[in-house]
Design a protein around this ligand. Structure first.
Ligand SMILES: N[C@@H](CCC(=O)N[C@@H](CS)C(=O)NCC(=O)O)C(=O)O
Length: 291
């Protein structure tokens, strides 16, 4: 591998398994299952297979918000998928998400199970199923979905671009860090300007757009991602800060952040969630319920 400026790409790229960097052990250029493994199924209508990364947290926050509204049909089992161990390449997981990435959802409430993958698609599916957090009035709905899709298109520049080259790449490449820092600061400014005039991302209502954007950009300005807060001068985005604090105070958001979390303070981790009471009874030796 060479990261030097004089690197000349070969005519045809070949997979070099030794290319290093964090996640090198799970990255590969081919799709599909690497091993046979069924997924567990719990007793609730919704089965979530996930991990508490920003993409995973979007969905557990939504489910906790729905339950807080009294939508009992949103009861769910949250199973832990350890992506560092390659669980996303098991045959059962690939059957739910052929793209081998968390989060993935199976809705078993009807006669035929329905699979849903891609976090934005899961949020929209749940919002439509339960008639919550997605406005029905056409212009408000369009605004909400526009911001939802903005997040889906923008976050790869933050995670795969800025986060990767600033925090994870085996060498620091000034060109790459500059390129993605510029874009992430532009994105933060987009959000800051929007939140200067709106309480929530899509207007006066809390919606799935907030749930999608908060774990990424809220987490970024709160200093939870990539150790990049000072570098990005996140304190300058005062409206994003105000909004991030407000969302973070919601009880359902606090619960949603804990589900499938395997890092950070032990008291913030609930490796699997099978019952609302799991949050209350959570102790160190009950982090991973045996089912
Ligand atoms: N666009 C996808 C991205 C999901 C994604 O990138 N998931 C990561 C964790 S945040 C993952 O599962 N990575 C495992 C892998 O790449 O093998 C979504 O929003 O659901």
């Amino acid at each position: 591998m060479s990261n030097s400026p004089e690197y000349v790409p070969p005519t045809v790229w070949h997979w070099n398994k030794e290319n290093g960097g964090r996640f090198a052990n799970i990255n590969r250029p081919i799709a599909g299952a690497t091993h046979d493994k069924d997924l567990p199924v719990g007793r609730h209508p919704l089965q979530l297979y996930s991990l508490a990364t920003p993409n995973g947290v979007k969905v557990t926050v939504m489910l906790e918000e729905l339950l807080a509204l009294g939508r009992s049909g949103a009861e769910y089992d949250a199973w832990l998928i350890k992506i560092g161990d390659g669980d996303q390449f098991g045959s059962g997981f690939v059957a739910v998400n052929p793209n081998s990435k968390i989060p993935a959802l199976m809705d078993r409430s009807g006669p035929k199970p329905i699979r849903v993958f891609e976090s934005g698609s899961i949020l929209q599916y749940l919002a439509e199923k339960f008639g919550s957090f997605l406005p029905t009035e056409p212009s408000a709905r369009a605004e909400c979905l526009s911001w939802l899709f903005w997040q889906m298109g923008s976050a790869p520049y933050l995670g795969g671009g800025f986060g990767h080259f600033y925090a994870y790449a085996p060498t620091k490449i000034e060109y790459a860090i500059d390129r993605f820092t510029m874009e992430v600061k532009r994105q933060l400014d987009v959000l800051d300007k929007q939140l200067a005039n709106n309480e929530y991302i899509a207007g006066s209502e809390y919606t799935i757009a907030d749930m999608a954007i908060w774990p990424w950009y809220g987490g970024l300005v709160k200093g939870w991602l990539y150790g990049g807060a000072e570098f990005l001068a996140v304190q300058d985005y005062t409206h994003v800060q105000r909004w991030a604090d407000a969302i973070g105070e919601r009880p359902a958001v606090k619960r949603g952040r804990m589900v499938n979390r395997v890092f950070g303070d032990l008291s913030s981790q609930l490796h699997e969630r099978h019952d609302a009471a799991d949050f209350d009874t959570q102790t160190q030796d009950k982090l991973t319920p045996q089912s």
